[in-house]
Write a protein that binds this ligand. Structure first.
Ligand code: PLP
Length: 355
C-alpha cells in the first residue's frame, strides 16, 4: 500500500532526491567509490558544496555580503552560537513555542534578554502581534514556523533592528527578504535533507562585534574562512541537500514551492473547517502551511484513537500530534505531493460518513 508520509521531521524528501543519494552511496559520479568513502576535500566533493552554496544564494535571492554555511549540531546548537556571536548587551526574543523558548534560554547566558511577547498562556496557538522591539537590542530573534503548534509567520516582519530567524521548518517554502536578517538558520531535516546538517546564512559584516572570546568551532568566522570545511562537514546530508536544491530549482523555485504550499494547506484546512468531526488548533490568521494541526471536535473526542487507526490503515504515516498539543499534525513540506493531502482528506470524509 502507498504510504503518505506526514512526518514532522525528519520528514519526506522528493523520491528522486532519495534515489540520487542512494546512487551516490553506491558510486559517486562514476568514480567507483561511494560518497561515504571519499575525502571531503577531494576535488570531486568541493563542487558539491560550491553548488549547494550557489543554489542557496540563487533560490533565496541572497544579497552580496552574506555567507552560506553547512555545519553540524542542529538548530539546537545555533541557539547558543547565535548569542555567542551576536549578543553583546541585549537581545529581544519572540516566544512562539518550545523552540523559541529554548533559543531564548541559551541567550540568557550571554546578556540581557527581553521577551517582547509570548503566547505560552494559550499553548502557543497564535503568534503575538502587539509588541514593541526595543531599539537598542543587538538583534530580534523569531521562529518563523512553529513546527509543534502549527503557527507560521508567513511574511517577513518589519522591525527597525536586525532580525535573526530559526527557519528550520519553512525554509524554501516561500521567498524571503534576506536583507532584513543578519542570520537565518535551521536544521535541514524538515524541508531540505536528512538529519545531520545545519544551514546558516550569515551577514558577514554583522560578525566581529562582540568582545568575548568565541571558541573556534562556535565562531561563524571560522566556518566562513574555512568554507564550511574547517573540520569534516556532514558530507552525505550536504550531498542530499544539493539534490533537493536542484529539485526545487527544476520545479520553479521558491515561488512555486509557495504556490504549492498554499494550495495544499488551503485544501486541508478547508476540510478541517468543513468536517464536523475535526477542529483546527491554531488561530486562523497564523495557520502554518507546513504543519497543519487539528483535533477531534469535543463531541467526538473519544473517537481519536479510532481515527488514528483508520487513517493508519489507509496508509497515513506520522499524523499523530505532538504530545503537547495532542490530536493530529499533518506536515506538508515541499516534497509532499498534493495527492497525499487529498488521500488524508478522503480519509477524513470517509470517517465522517461512517459516524
Ligand atoms: C526541529 C526544530 C528545531 C530543532 O532542530 P535540531 O536540528 O533537532 O536541533 C529547532 N527549531 C525548529 C523550528 C524546529 O522545527
Amino acid at each position: 500500500m502507498k504510504k503518505h508520509n506526514f512526518n514532522a521531521g525528519p520528514s519526506i524528501l522528493p523520491r528522486e532526491v532519495i534515489e540520487q543519494t542512494a546512487q551516490a552511496v553506491l558510486d559517486f559520479n562514476g568514480s567507483g567509490l561511494s560518497v561515504l568513502e571519499i575525502s571531503h576535500r577531494a576535488k570531486d566533493f568541493q563542487p558539491v558544496v560550491d553548488e549547494a552554496v550557489a543554489l542557496f544564494k540563487e533560490l533565496l535571492n541572497i544579497p552580496e555580503g552574506y555567507s552560506v554555511l553547512f555545519l553540524g549540531g542542529g538548530a539546537s546548537l545555533e541557539f547558543c552560537m547565535i548569542p555567542f556571536n551576536f549578543l553583546e548587551k541585549k537581545a529581544a526574543y519572540l516566544n512562539t513555542g518550545v523552540w523559541a523558548k529554548k533559543a531564548m534560554k541559551e541567550a540568557k547566558g550571554f546578556g540581557e534578554v527581553v521577551e517582547v511577547a509570548s503566547s505560552a498562556e494559550a499553548t502557543y496557538t497564535y503568534i503575538p502581534k502587539d509588541y514593541t522591539v526595543p531599539a537598542d537590542v543587538d538583534y530580534f530573534h523569531i521562529t518563523t514556523n512553529n513546527t509543534i503548534y502549527g503557527t507560521e509567520l508567513k511574511e517577513d516582519l518589519d522591525v527597525n533592528v536586525p532580525m535573526i530567524a530559526d527557519m528550520s521548518s519553512d525554509i524554501f517554502s516561500r521567498p524571503i527578504d534576506v536583507s532584513k536578517y543578519i542570520c537565518i538558520y535551521g536544521g535541514a531535516q524538515k524541508n531540505l535533507a536528512p538529519a545531520g546538517v545545519t544551514f546558516v546564512i550569515v551577514k558577514n559584516e554583522a560578525l566581529g562585534k562582540v568582545s568575548r572570546y568565541i571558541p573556534t568551532m562556535l565562531n561563524y568566522q571560522t566556518h566562513i574562512d574555512g568554507g564550511s570545511m574547517f573540520n569534516t562537514p556532514p558530507v552525505l546530508p550536504i550531498y542530499t541537500a544539493l539534490q533537493t536544491l536542484r529539485w526545487i530549482k527544476a520545479q520553479g523555485g521558491v515561488k512555486e514551492m509557495e504556490r504549492r504550499a498554499i494550495e495544499k494547506a488551503d485544501m486541508l484546512y478547508a476540510e478541517i473547517d468543513r468536517n464536523k468531526m475535526f477542529v483546527g488548533t491554531a488561530a486562523k490568521e497564523d495557520r502554518s502551511r507546513m504543519n497543519i494541526c487539528f483535533v477531534m471536535a469535543p463531541e467526538y473526542k473519544d473517537l481519536e484513537a479510532e481515527f488514528m487507526k483508520f487513517a493508519t490503515e489507509k496508509g497515513m504515516v506520522g499524523i499523530k500530534g505532538h504530545r503537547s498539543v495532542g490530536g493530529f499534525r499533518a506536515s506538508c513540506y515541499n516534497a509532499m505531493p498534493k495527492e497525499s493531502v487529498q488521500a488524508l482528506i478522503d480519509c477524513m470524509k470517509e470517517f465522517e460518513a461512517m459516524h
